[in-house]
Design a protein around this ligand. Structure first.
Ligand code: BES
Ligand code: MN
Ligand code: ZN
Length: 497
């Protein structure tokens, strides 16, 4: 699909469909609505009144123009009350326009920006493009050709009579591609995305985007002392892989900052010997969504020309049951030298992350961020749409929350109460890998905290929002790519400070 800016008079656009939106009860305030209505001799407002279209959220109205206009159809999209609307909701609008275009078989579509202050135009245009591409996303490569959703959209003209930078459209496309990459990785069946395949995907990405890529085999990880990561990986017939991608800003001797991103990359989590029941195991191909998010994020950085050096680390493993699987009561030592007693093999993510964090510290970063589908407890606490954020640096957490808010990903800060760390004490080792049931997201965070020392660190638990059971608007069913948007916005904002 092509995206173009259309800065002529909107009525001049020849297209299959022209879309505009309105806040609830404010249809008549939209100038383009008035222009179209006039050109249609008042039929648009007459139909809107008959069909009780008032701009309520979810309302849509499509009217044929029967040759009275250069546009074949006019689509009205309701955005709900003005007060409740955030510019990031422009993605919903874009997704609904794409959906309606597909239903109507529209190829060329003109879309008006939401009636916001013109200072919001650039972001609105970016989010509009993102919403269209993300709403059209489907994972259908394993379905019969005839069953696949066909998009008809060929060109989308963003109507911006008072000007808009074409870069905003390009930015939207690049970022949507990053999210779509993350979704693809999450949605692949676990047999198709083993740790080795994930490493292949990282290599391919590195080739495409001119990133550095290093992949360590279990032998090489053993030399580095990654006993915790390897303990998780050893039960599977599929070997683990440690993935290290690097983005370096071009033409700059000293990068602005060095930031390490760690993603949890458990390609399938059976629970190990602490085996999960079927219902809990069903969606555990999603357990590499953190890895998908950091890969999606780094894929965007070259196009943005980021001035910081960014490392992406993934300790990719499959948590399985076998005669070689790690046991309860076993003690392993990771790269940090800290020994861990295994009290539950289903608390595997923190073990893989611990070694990735230790490896990350050797890069001497200014900041380290990990993102992981770490605990069911976090999803219980915050529900299916909101991620938890913890860390040892409140200023960094505030920055992250700010970035997430600007791009419309929902996060909520959770505490890391020192008292709960008592629960991680072991009789036989330095640490135990689980605490008690209540506060499970926090003890997981406290476990990780032991491995980061004094480096500024943020931990994002995406167990809830990593995948969607039911799709809506720009977030179809399945892997959501959650995290890519916030990470990219965080890194870009870090560059500017
Ligand atoms: N991958 C799971 C967490 C998870 C649960 C992600 C639901 C997405 C949806 C993680 O490895 C896990 O199994 N955590 C355990 C921790 C427990 C054993 C302390 C959990 O949440 O039950
Ligand atoms: Mn687990
Ligand atoms: Zn897991």
């Amino acid at each position: 699909m092509r995206f173009e800016l259309y800065s002529e008079a909107p009525l001049e656009l020849s297209c299959d469909l022209v879309a505009l939106c309105a806040f609830e009860g404010k249809l008549q305030d939209v100038r383009l609505f008035q222009e179209l209505d006039r050109a249609l001799s008042g039929q648009l407002s007459a139909v809107a009144a008959e069909e009780a279209f008032s701009g309520k959220d979810e309302q849509r109205l499509c009217v044929h123009t029967h040759g009275q206009l250069k546009a074949k159809r006019v689509l009205l999209v309701g955005l709900g009350p003005r007060e409740g609307f955030d510019v990031t909701d422009t993605r919903r609008y874009g997704a609904r326009v794409a959906d309606e275009s597909r239903r109507r078989g529209a190829k060329r579509v003109g879309v008006a920006l939401p009636p916001l202050d013109p200072s919001a135009n650039e972001r609105a245009a970016q989010f509009l493009v993102e919403g269209t591409l993300l709403g059209e996303y489907r994972f259908e490569r394993y379905r019969a050709e005839a069953e696949r959703t066909k998009s008809s959209l060929e060109q989308l003209d963003v109507l911006a009579p008072n000007g808009c930078d074409a870069l905003s459209l390009a930015r939207g496309q690049v970022i949507a591609d990053g999210v779509r990459l993350a979704r693809d990785l999450v949605n692949e069946p676990p047999a198709a995305l083993t740790p080795r395949k994930l490493a292949d995907a990282a290599r391919e990405l590195a080739r495409d985007k001119d990133l550095e890529c290093k992949v360590l085999t279990p032998k090489e990880c053993e030399k580095l002392g990654m006993g915790l990561f390897l303990a998780v990986a050893q039960g599977s017939a599929e070997e683990g892989r440690f993935i290290h991608l690097t983005y370096r800003p071009k033409g700059r001797e000293q990068p602005k900052r060095r930031i390490v991103l760690v993603g949890k990359g458990v390609t399938f989590d059976s629970g190990g010997l602490s085996l999960k029941p079927t219902a809990s195991m069903l969606d555990m191909k999603t357990d590499m969504a953190g890895a998908a998010a950091v890969l999606g994020a780094i894929s965007v950085l070259p196009a943005l020309g980021l001035q910081s050096e960014v490392h992406v680390l993934v300790a990719a493993a499959e948590n399985m049951v076998s005669g070689r699987a790690y046991r309860l009561g076993d003690v392993y030592r990771g790269m940090s030298g800290i020994s861990v007693e295994i009290a539950n093999t289903d608390a595997e993510g923190r073990l893989t992350l611990a070694d990735a964090l230790s490896y990350g510290l050797t890069l001497k970063p200014d900041e380290i961020i990990d993102i992981a589908t770490l605990t069911g407890a976090c999803a219980v606490a915050l529900g299916p749409h909101i991620a938890g954020v913890m860390g040892n640096d409140n200023a960094a957490i505030e920055r992250y929350l700010g970035a997430a808010r600007r791009v419309g990903e929902e996060l909520w800060q959770l505490p890391l109460p020192a008292r709960l760390a008592e629960q991680l004490k072991s009789e036989v080792a330095d640490l135990k890998n689980i605490g008690e049931r209540f506060g499970g997201a926090l003890t997981a965070g406290l476990f990780l905290k032991r491995f980061v020392n004094s480096t500024s660190w943020i931990h994002v638990d995406i167990a809830g929002p990593a995948s969607a059971e039911k799709g809506k608007d720009h977030v179809p069913r399945g892997g959501t790519g959650f995290g890519v948007l916030s990470l990219v916005e965080y890194l870009a904002a870090r560059d500017r400070s």
